[in-house]
Design a protein around this ligand. Structure first.
Ligand SMILES: [Mg+2]
Ligand SMILES: [Zn+2]
Length: 213
């Protein structure tokens, strides 16, 4: 029997929870949730999942906005979530640019590692949800299961290909959440590694049909 992964979900922010922009999200006004995304987080919480965010925020390193603006955006997110009965446990972010050569800018694993250490969890089997390849790569290194959403840069990421084996594709965070919660009964404690993948076939499709999980 494989070990049941902890009820934990790691999310990218821009293009997954909120609308993305090539001009960066620099102010609370520019931080606009994708329809259904906050409800999806609340639904995960309701089912006992703890949710954390891991986000590259190189706009800070580029001097496009200050930490105070980032905090204000996250305050907006926390408040909007709270109105729905949802919460994010923590937001791990990388403020650096590629030139800084840090170990936290995804696809580097630093942010994911920080989350695992903070919450004392074993990452194997924990879903990681992103709209870019690097989001998934950062988690796959630890055995997280990769989930791509089509929102944000998702369609472009899908078109480029080269996703980690077993990546599942969902229309958006709401579709991911439904998929995870619908499949719970069959996946948890199930010996078959493919159990649960039949849920929501219209919204969720495996990229690599040979190993959907
Ligand atoms: Mg993103
Ligand atoms: Zn960094």
């Amino acid at each position: 029997m494989p070990q049941t992964p902890p009820k934990f979900v790691i999310l990218d922010r821009d293009g997954v929870i909120n609308l993305d922009s090539d001009q960066f999200i620099k102010t609370p006004d520019e931080w606009i949730p994708i329809p259904g995304s906050l409800e999806a987080i609340a639904a995960l919480n309701e089912a006992g999942y703890r949710v954390v965010v891991a986000s590259n925020q190189s706009g800070i390193g580029r001097g496009l906005f200050e930490m105070s603006a980032l905090n204000a955006m996250h305050e907006k997110m926390y408040k909007a979530l709270a109105r729905l009965g949802g919460r994010v446990e923590a937001i791990f972010f990388c403020p650096h640019t590629a030139a800084d050569d840090c170990d936290c800018r995804k696809p580097k694993p630093g942010l994911i590692q920080q989350a695992a250490q903070r919450f004392g969890i074993e990452l194997r089997g924990v879903p990681i949800v992103g709209d870019s390849l690097r989001d998934l790569q950062a988690g796959v290194a630890f055995g997280c299961t990769p989930h791509l959403v089509r929102t944000g840069k998702g369609e472009a990421t899908l078109a480029k290909g080269g996703l980690p084996p077993g990546t599942l594709v969902h229309d958006d965070l709401r579709a991911f959440s439904r998929w995870l919660l619908e499949g719970e009964g069959t996946r948890h404690g199930a010996a078959a590694s493919h159990a649960g993948t039949a849920a929501s076939p219209s919204a969720t499709s495996p990229v690599d049909s040979t190993n959907p999980r």
